[in-house]
Ligand binder design. Structure first.
Ligand code: CP
Length: 311
């Protein structure tokens, strides 16, 4: 089986069969990652560049590890230590790298649409590792994998996405994916951090009440306030935000059921999540990170066009 797309620019472009194929392929790679030798030859002779124009810990290491586990050759690029800092354009940088015979490009950029632009100008397969406030497709895929692993299925699952929806590429990719796979989504946060017409535009429920939302959901995916993407004051203080929308142990204990807590990272402890929630048995935050490697192996493998997953 094959994906319907040549690049992974966003979940928006995938159909449910693509998503199911990536998740089932990731299950096979997760099994590989449990073995004493965690490496397969699937992408031997394939060269991949990781182009990071914006900071990252999880996504950058996860892609690099996924590439190494697949036996690919990897190059790592950080904008701050490259000639991009001397004014070189994105297209010039990428064309120079591609002239060294690179097959695939993983890219994170603060500009929404940067990987889409690149896909129109270069022949290599491109994987979006997060573009501005647009999409973070591999995060949504690893979140879906983790929900499925923890709860058994995505279909019919009630998922709340809580926090700064307005500036979150994770929220947008998760909404696209969960809708395509038959889950029900509620976004919850202060009115200033939720786009005005999101219910009609993206087919989600909207709530401004945290306790009601937590009582409704099976899974809460909690987001960071993206201060770096805000150019105006959208709430009075982090303390006030935390009082209204922070998730603490007392609040979870007041619910009539146990819900699953997720967070894409990095966490602002004491703001959107207290440590006794983030580090509790209800939280699958580190399982999300672990699953990210298998999911990214699946994406790289399927987009490489190679026919046999190494075993
Ligand atoms: N979840 C996520 O994208 O984390 P990083 O910014 O550390 O890659």
């Amino acid at each position: 089986m094959q994906l319907s797309t040549r690049h992974l620019l966003g979940i928006k472009d995938l159909n449910p069969e693509d998503i199911s194929l990536i998740l089932s392929t990731a299950e096979q790679f997760k099994e590989v990652l449990q073995r004493p030798v965690k490496k397969v030859p699937s992408l031997r002779e394939v060269t991949i560049v990781n182009l990071f124009y914006e900071n990252s810990t999880r996504t950058r290491f996860s892609f690099e590890l996924a590439e190494k586990r697949l036996s690919a050759d990897t190059l790592n690029f950080a904008a701050s230590t490259s000639s991009a800092a001397k004014g070189e354009t994105l297209l010039d940088t990428v064309n120079n790298i591609l002239s060294m015979k690179v097959d695939m490009v993983v890219m994170r950029h603060s500009a929404s649409g940067a990987p889409h632009f690149l896909s129109q100008h270069i022949p290599a397969a491109i994987i979006n590792a997060g573009d501005g406030i647009n999409e973070h497709p591999t995060q949504a895929l690893l979140d879906a994998f983790s929900i499925q692993e923890k709860t058994g299925s995505l279909k019919g699952r009630k998922v709340a996405i809580i926090g700064d929806i307005m500036h979150s590429r994770v929220a947008q990719s998760n909404i696209f994916l969960l809708n395509k796979m038959g889950a029900e989504v509620t976004v919850c946060g202060p009115p200033t951090l939720i786009p005005k017409y999101i219910a009609q535009a993206l087919g989600v429920n909207v709530s401004y009440n945290l306790k009601e939302t937590l009582s409704w959901c099976d899974v809460a995916n909690v987001l960071r306030i993206q201060l770096e993407r805000q150019n105006q004051v959208l709430f009075s203080s982090l303390r006030e935000y935390s009082l209204a929308y922070g998730i603490n142990r007392r609040l979870l204990d007041s619910l009539q059921k146990e819900i699953v807590i997720m967070h894409p990272g990095p966490i602002n402890r004491g703001v959107e999540l207290d440590s006794d929630v983030a580090d509790s048995g209800q939280s699958i935050i580190l399982q999300q990170v672990e699953n990210g490697v298998a999911v990214r192996m699946a994406v790289l493998y399927l987009l490489s066009g190679r026919k046999t997953a190494g075993n």
